[in-house]
Design a protein around this ligand. Sequence first.
Ligand code: KG4
Ligand code: ZN
Length: 338
Amino acid sequence: MSVYILAIESSCDDTSASVIKDGKVLSNLIANQEVHRAYGGVVPEVASRAHQSNIIPVVDMALKKAGIDKTQLSAIAVTRGPGLLGSLIVGVSFAKSMALSLDIPIIEVNHMQAHVLAHFAEDPKPTFPFLCLTVSGGHTQIVKVNGPLEMEVIGSTLDDAAGEAFDKTGKMLGLDYPAGPIIDKLAKKGKPVFEFPHPQMQGFNYSFSGIKTAILYFLRAGVAENPNFIAENLEDICCSVQTRIVTILMAKLRKAAKQTGINQIAIAGGVSANSFLRETIVKEGEKHRWNTFIPAFQFCTDNAAMIGVAAYFKYLKKDFADQSMKPTARLPMTENFR
Ligand code: KG4
Ligand code: ZN
């Protein structure tokens, strides 16, 4: 008998629902919350309210698109953390109620593990062990993935995440939130003519707060000389910042591949949608004979399909949660909840 899992993701500002059949994605619906654009960032309280109004229609559409009825579901999976507590509460409460009413198990999923496991939504799939550079709005990590639910963080940012570096740069440039995709687009028309510092961190760790400060001083100096400095150089500034962020990310990833001897290299998380990072990883992969894995765009940024794919691994082990499960805002990558 086939296993149908309804997965729900509500950790930040996107409400998403997906149906997975025997580990394969049948539907993956995402309601974006445009409302945060006006505030230049995600407002937690506003996000929770938007999840509340989005969740029923999104789940309904995910079931319809998958062509199944809720009574066919085998389990309901939900992001337990990490994320914004108020946003997580909406998804977890909904999942619990629906699981209770259908009398089916509930599966709790670690959002960061799910970003990594998004690679199992489609072929080709990496084999274990592989390295995954997980780059999102809140995290920047190099993860050694030993098994579906066995992950070791071998490097991480000591301050800002790579996505945050994109978003904060965007704010300084007067761009909308989230700025990552906008910078990506503008950078295509620019050249990396401006130099920003490359931090020297220990081991496989990262730091992005220095580059943020360097950009701030650079822009202040430019605008002091020419009030139109940003507008006149926007594409080159975006290209220079993006080039530096990607160079920083790649340097540690190369080092990790070399030291661990692992040549299966994956990228995941919102920033893995960045076209320059995607191009660079392919080029480096050819140079170093890596097997590279780049997720389809719909599986890069937050989505419920990755939650469902991760949940399927847990389903096979009968690793179920119960009604006492609580959402958790802070949660390490290694936490499997049991
Ligand atoms: O994984 P994600 O959707 O949410 C978190 O779990 O944080 O990642 C969101 C982050 C944001 O910082 C956004 O600016 C960034 O991913 N992002 C990008 C691109 N698309 C999304 N950054 C650079 N280039 C992109 N194309
Ligand atoms: Zn995410």
